[in-house]
Write a protein that binds this ligand. Sequence first.
Ligand code: CP
Length: 335
Amino acid sequence: MMIFQGSHILSVSQFDRQAIATILATSALMAPYASRKKRCCVLDGAILSNLFFEPSTRTRVSFGTAFNLLGGYVRETVGEENSSLSKGESLYDTAQVISGYSDVIAMRHPKMHSVTEFATGSSVPVINGGDGANEHPTQALLDLFTIQSEMMQFGKSLDNLNIVLMGDLKHGRTVHSLSKLLSLYNNIKITMVAPDALQMPDSVISTLTNAGHEVVLTDTMAGNLSSDVIYQTRIQQERFASKDEAELYRGHFSLNRDIYQKYCRENTVIMHPLPRDSRPEANELDTDLNDLDNLAIFRQAQNGVLVRMALFALTLGVEDQLSQYEKPVNWYTNK
Ligand code: CP
């Protein structure tokens, strides 16, 4: 059984189904606090250091929000150029220092495996907020939480699902982590729709096939989108050698209402880790889908707060004390 208290959260590979069930169940307990029905100050006095050495909107802010919602305080560093990493300080030394100031650390960095390297120098739990093209474990957990809650309305669970992953599957760390998590469930069919040059890494495909799941690789949307969930990803321009190379693939797999109606099931749920590239030339997930009930992308982003609250509660060992530290909400809220 996984011991969460004091553990780093670096890769989805450290979880089994039981650990994931614990995270998802603890995430659900956070809903009244995230929706401002009640407050919880179980982490009053605790400090999160939120270190983001690569751009982020929702991961960074939702880590901070999650910690604040449990009563804790947040200190931030944003951008490598604003930290002493730019003066040659190592990740190990940075971790030694920052962990002395903090109770837990969340970190994003552009280099693969950098968060694991950082964690070797940390005396407090480190949570990976994305390390280059490698992994994004908290995103995969919130994706799984979203799939579970979206499928519940159709009487389905995380087993026996038919899922389409589409877009830049080579560089998209969220789909790497999500595929590994899905491999733990039963009888999953995953269709990977991508240009050959941007297909899923072999190591991720092997994780699925070795676990007995059906994997279909294709570069064609027609006939391949009938599924429970379509998970669209952005062309990760920042991971290409040049912008021109990224341009070669932009707009290849754009999903819009016409294509949805033509190729998807009536109830196919659309997910995307966001940000979606809304520039006209990108056209990857059209805004004409915005009023579709099955577009789950913003519910998905909100679920990030619940899952990150759960990970803080578990790694700091307070998941059983939430109700003891509840308070009323005394301000106007329309959540
Ligand atoms: N999904 C995600 O990681 O978004 P940000 O880059 O905005 O954090």
